[in-house]
Design a protein. Structure first.
Length: 117
């Protein structure tokens, strides 16, 4: 993803009212607010999952709402608030799940390098 990340004049019903934010450098950003203040809504807008009534979102020069979701999906991820997985996978299966497009056996390589077979 290219920087800067810009949200310009974002408005969405009562939740967001003319919000503008620019993130210029890589790193960790913090979004603080009371319950119901619109934090999650703003993140959904930033990810391109919820279209605002007004405003624009850019990742570098890319207009998020003019870009197909299939393209955006390669540049974003989801981190759950809960740290539990509702299904059981082995370590190898987790690695295979995370690298399905790789032509080489990354899980096998890691298992051999770490000597945990």
């Amino acid at each position: 993803m290219n920087l800067p990340i810009k949200l310009e004049n974002i408005s969405l019903d009562q939740r967001l009212d003319n919000i503008s934010v620019t993130i210029m450098q890589p790193g960790i950003a913090c979004l603080l607010g009371a319950n119901g203040a619109g934090k999650s809504t703003l993140l959904l807008v930033l990810a391109g999952l919820l279209k605002p009534e007004q405003g624009d979102v850019f990742w570098g020069q890319t207009d998020v709402y003019a870009t197909p979701l299939a393209v955006l999906s390669g540049h974003r991820c989801f981190v759950a608030q809960q740290h539990s997985i509702q299904f059981e996978l082995t370590g190898r299966e987790c690695l295979q799940f995370l690298s399905p497009c790789q032509s080489r056996d990354i899980p096998g390589e890691l298992i051999r390098k770490l000597d945990i077979a």
